[in-house]
Design a binder for this molecule. Sequence first.
Ligand code: IPD
Length: 265
Amino acid sequence: TDSLNAELLDLALEVARRAGDLLRDGRPADLGVAATKSSPIDVVTEMDVASEKLITDFLAQHRPQDGVLGEEGASSEGSSGVRWVIDPIDGTVNYLYGLPSWAVSIAVERDGETVVGVVAAPMRGETYHAVLGQGAYADGERVRVRPAPPFEQALIGTGFGYVRERRIGQARVLHELLPQVRDIRRGGSAAIDLCDVACGRLNAYYERGLNPWDYAAGALIAREAGALTGGRPGIPASTELTIAAAPGLFEPLQALLEDLGAWHD
Ligand code: IPD
């Protein structure tokens, strides 16, 4: 097991580095929107597609039996019990506008359990990774969550979906939460937000409506750094609701989000 996890980590780091280089060095000056998805503001650029192709070509060469799930449509079952969950650009809107907070996010599952997470953030010059049971790292240095502050001093990251009805609910939750905490951040990349919880740059993060490719790698990295992750009480992080926070802050945040009905639109 451990040697397979080590091999999967090496491949994930290598392909995330290659995709990150392509995105950083190959971003067209006139980058535009190639297509839209769930709404007119949910965009795909040619570089999302190019990054996903680079990653899936690499995996077809090195791990042809594995399954793949990618944001831009890659989907195959595989026969090895290993599946790669890929966000070729997490933070596409930041990337489109030339803001630095975007990442390549790669999680590897074995029999449905996430065992490896890599989040490469080239414009930050940082790559985060974790292997199940082996801690979380930023550029090879161990990272740990910041101890929980009192609730009213928490710096909390969040994000919003691209569909108007969902945003109305998200705004309602924010309306209640914002006056109760130190401040809110909306960084624009869920994967980086989760890594920011892991390395103590945020006390907590929550979002409704994420897809597995947005949170799978970052959630493992946050957990391996000592965060608790989950959704509604007793339920793991999912599309319904994803929360990550240090123990002691996670519980009151989860309870408040439950009270506010943050899991529905
Ligand atoms: C988005 C980012 C954003 C979050 C959205 C995601 P994408 O991912 O993670 O921070 O708020 O919900 O869809 O579309 O840039 O891969």
